[in-house]
Ligand binder design. Sequence first.
Ligand code: AMP
Length: 177
Amino acid sequence: MSRVNLQQLKSAIRDIPDFPRAGIIFKDITPILGDGQLFQRVIDHLGEEAEKASPSKIVGIDARGFLFGAAVAYKLGLGCVLIRKKGKLPFKTVGSSYQLEYGDAEVEMHIDAINPGERVVLVDDLLATGGTSGAAVNLIQKVGGIVGSALFVIELEFLPGRKNLPPDVPVYSMVQF
Ligand code: AMP
């Protein structure tokens, strides 16, 4: 397995100024997805990180977290759990509200997606304020799950994302801005 070049990964992330609103620099990860070899190496790398926490499921966060999370789950042969924006999941849900870098939101998960005592790893594309992943950890813990680690492709270090996650959840990011 070839290793990911973290500098190449960082260069592939495209800055979109003032999206979705003025003052936000949106980190566009589609160039990673569009490069088959880079995407594969990112998944291999995240897979190795995820394995360290010995999870039985991978939890992906709506929507770009699904792309990375599902691929990691497939690689490790694990189940994949979806944490989605409110109103999108068809079965009975548990919910949690949070503040985003740009606005308020609520996330939901199917009530039976994670069993009590089950270890999971959380995957998302980007850690900004930590509002989304904090709400995701809250949901997992609400149903009795254990978050073995939280993995991100990108971390915005000028925001207090890590501080908004519980101290007992190890946080890992591949590249930092
Ligand atoms: P936060 O809850 O503030 O940590 O925001 C993380 C979530 O919002 C992730 O699911 C990201 O996809 C998205 N997000 C927040 N800020 C950005 C940004 N500057 N560029 C791209 N995605 C972002």
